[in-house]
Design a protein around this ligand. Structure first.
Ligand code: UDX
Length: 436
């Protein structure tokens, strides 16, 4: 089967490469000629483990190709995926659908053979109807159907998530579309991934509800962590204890500096906008957005406290380990490190930082931070070391070396990577999240 993937960003590229790996013929399309040229030379626009190899292998095998021409790319494709960006619109937080709409129009104008047009981008409820209307308005006489097929992959684990999803959600009531989508995903049925067919609107809602629910879960455990610090509990034990209840589930209960990234912050805001438009408030999500926003700066203040408070902190130096919103990505979007570094700067603290992949993305966002190229170089002369992102490279620090290089043995572990007793026994003043 031939598949066209319009938009070669995170979701488009990973999905396209995986579909090709399953044996489909895939053309990835993108308006950006530089991106396409680089992809043709196996240079990835994003950092994602295993992606360059997957793309390279499938290009070599003749199953995957790249083009800037949408007309050419969609020719003969039975499924045309729209995987372009839906950023938060400046000013009002609504998802900006101008790219999705533009693609729909161009697809309608160039459609020559029957196809299912599938929105993979995260789009507000009702977008499928709009895409259908736009394509029909081009006057095309070719048979088409519009389906919704949200993607749930996580950055840093994208290929594994795509190939072994908990479920595949397809929103369509059209029989032709169902047949095509079953064909598209047939290779995944071998992995026992269930496919769930719903109405288009339900499918669009599922994506927002899933991301909002996960954001709620994280924010909930973060507040419980704060309470644990006050009452003298251990949030990891609490998470384990509640997570064993099958109704709650053990995942996404890691307390930390707050969620960031390309999805949760943007999608929760978009959900709030939809809720507002329909006059059906989602107050829990409203609270989560506020709590998570304020948490990031609060983490900066936690570091200031570890330095001895506002007066003491002024003029001191802090080493931040990890800047990206999570490990195994170079993505800095809404990363807690940004608010943490800013809070420190406001408190008159000098900030040095190291991240295994994120330095280039971080530089323009944190021009006042001194970017280093290794862990120990960053720690040199620091009054406190802060683990902001739990990269593997920070999980087995040489604490003798840390002690020798740092000005003071102070460790703030915002991801609860280490055991408090063990680190204190090494002579460190140690603080973490939700543990005393
Ligand atoms: C998320 C969803 O998981 C995915 O299904 C969706 O398609 C896109 O958004 P992603 O943003 O790549 O994926 O990262 P994820 O691993 O979900 O983490 C999001 C944020 O939550 C990170 O900042 C992470 O550090 C934080 N997080 C996650 C926690 O603080 N605690 C947890 O227990 C889990």
């Amino acid at each position: 089967m031939k598949i066209a993937m319009v938009g070669s960003g995170y979701v488009g590229l990973v999905s396209g490469a995986c579909f090709a790996d399953f044996g489909h013929e895939v053309v990835c399309i993108d308006k950006d000629p530089t991106k396409i040229e680089r992809l043709n030379n196996n240079i990835m626009p994003i950092y994602e483990p295993g992606l360059a190899e997957l793309v390279g292998n499938n290009v070599k095998a003749g199953r995957l190709s790249f083009t800037t021409s949408l007309a050419e790319g969609i020719e003969g494709a039975s499924a045309i995926f729209i995987a372009v960006g839906t950023p938060s619109r400046r000013g009002d937080g609504h998802a900006d659908l101008s790219f999705v709409h533009a693609v729909a129009k161009e697809v309608g104008e160039n459609l020559k053979t029957p196809a299912v047009i599938v929105t993979k981008s995260t789009v507000p409820v009702g977008t499928g109807d709009e895409v259908e209307r736009i394509i029909a308005a081009t006057g095309t006489q070719v048979q088409f159907a519009v389906a919704s097929n949200p993607e749930f992959l996580r950055e840093g684990a994208a290929i594994g998530d795509f190939k072994h999803p908990d479920r595949i959600v397809v929103g369509t009531e059209d029989e032709f579309a169902k047949t095509v989508m079953n064909e598209v995903y047939r290779p995944l049925f071998l992995n026992k991934s269930p496919i769930l067919f719903t109405s288009r609107r339900s499918s669009e809602m599922i994506k927002y509800a899933a991301n909002a629910f996960l954001a709620v879960k994280i924010t909930f455990i973060n507040e419980i962590a704060d309470l644990c610090e006050k009452v003298g509990g251990n949030v990891q034990d609490v998470a384990r204890g509640i997570g064993m209840d099958g109704r709650i589930g053990s995942k996404f209960l890691n307390a930390g500096p707050g969620y960031g990234g390309s999805c949760f912050p943007k999608d929760t805001l978009a959900l709030l906008k939809t809720a507002e438009d329909y006059d059906s408030p989602t107050r829990i999500v409203e609270a989560v957005v506020k709590v998570n926003d304020s948490r990031k700066r609060a983490m900066g203040r936690k570091v200031v406290d570890a330095l001895g408070g506002m007066t003491e902190a002024r003029g001191k130096k802090v080493a931040l380990l990890g800047l990206t919103f999570k490990p195994n990505t170079d993505d800095m979007r809404d990363a807690p490190s940004i608010a943490i570094a800013q809070t420190l700067q406001d408190a008159g603290v000098t900030v040095a930082a190291y991240d295994p992949e994120g330095i280039e993305m971080a530089k323009p966002l944190l021009p006042f931070v001194e970017m280093k190229s290794g862990v120990y170089e960053t720690i040199e002369g620091a009054d406190a070391v802060v683990i902001v992102t739990e990269w593997d490279a920070f999980r087995a620090l040489d604490f003798d070396k840390v002690k020798a290089l740092a000005k003071a043995p102070v460790l703030v572990d915002l991801r609860n990577v280490y055991d408090p007793e063990e680190i204190r026994a090494k002579g460190f003043a140690y603080s973490s999240v939700g543990r005393v």
